[in-house]
Every structure is written in structure tokens, then in C-alpha cells.
Design a protein around this ligand. Structure first.
Ligand code: ZN
Length: 117
């Protein structure tokens, strides 16, 4: 699995999650904190969404330059009162379905890591 396949797989997984009612956004904001706050606000406004999966610009920049040197960290969360681990499982399964090489320990407090190559 090369970097291009990893990148294409993440893109396809995000598209698949959107079809399943999850808000999926790459480069949501500058860092993890700002992105989490933004996606939380968006979930409040879009009550039909189950949850959110997202990346932030710093992690994307490291994933993209130099190609393959660093992992991409993907965050996820449920709407208030929802099951964050279930959103994590949906994300992990969507990535695996695309053949993306990734790691997750199943802990809802841990990001899913898409391996660089
Ligand atoms: Zn920030």
C-alpha cells in the first residue's frame, strides 16, 4: 500500500461515511482543539447527523509533506449523548473496507491513525 492508495482510501472512506449520516470533513480547522470545537458546533446545527469524523490542517500537512513520512490522525465523535465508540467503529470499518492501513485500539478517547508509508 503506497501513499497514493492511502490518500485515496481515506477520501473514499469519508465519502462512504457521509452517505451513512456522518459528518466527515478533512482539514476542519488549524488544530485538533479548534477542529473538535467546530465539528461540535456543526453537529448541534445538524441534528440529523449521527456524529462527526475529521482531520485538522496540522496533521494533514504532516501527512502530505514529505509524502508518507508521517501518519494522518483522524478524530471522531458522536453528537451529545451519543456513542462515540460506535462512530469510531464506523470510521475504522470504513477505512478497512477501502484497504487503508490504519491502527486503532478501540478506545473512544484515541484517534485512528492512518499510517504513512
Ligand atoms: Zn487551532
Amino acid at each position: 500500500m503506497g501513499w497514493n492508495e492511502q490518500e485515496a482510501g481515506v477520501k473514499a472512506a469519508f465519502a462512504a461515511l457521509r452517505k451513512r449520516g456522518v459528518m466527515a470533513r478533512r482539514r476542519a480547522a488549524c488544530c485538533g482543539g479548534c477542529s473538535g470545537a467546530l465539528m461540535g458546533d456543526l453537529l448541534e446545527k445538524h441534528s440529523e447527523k449521527l456524529g462527526a469524523v475529521f482531520t485538522h490542517r496540522q496533521s494533514e500537512a504532516r501527512f502530505h509533506r514529505p509524502y508518507g513520512a508521517h501518519s494522518l490522525m483522524i478524530s471522531y465523535g458522536a453528537r451529545k449523548g451519543g456513542d462515540t465508540k460506535a462512530i469510531g467503529m464506523m470510521l475504522f470499518e470504513a477505512l478497512k473496507a477501502q484497504g487503508v492501513v490504519c491502527e486503532w485500539d478501540g478506545n473512544p478517547d484515541t484517534n485512528i491513525e492512518v499510517k504513512g508509508c
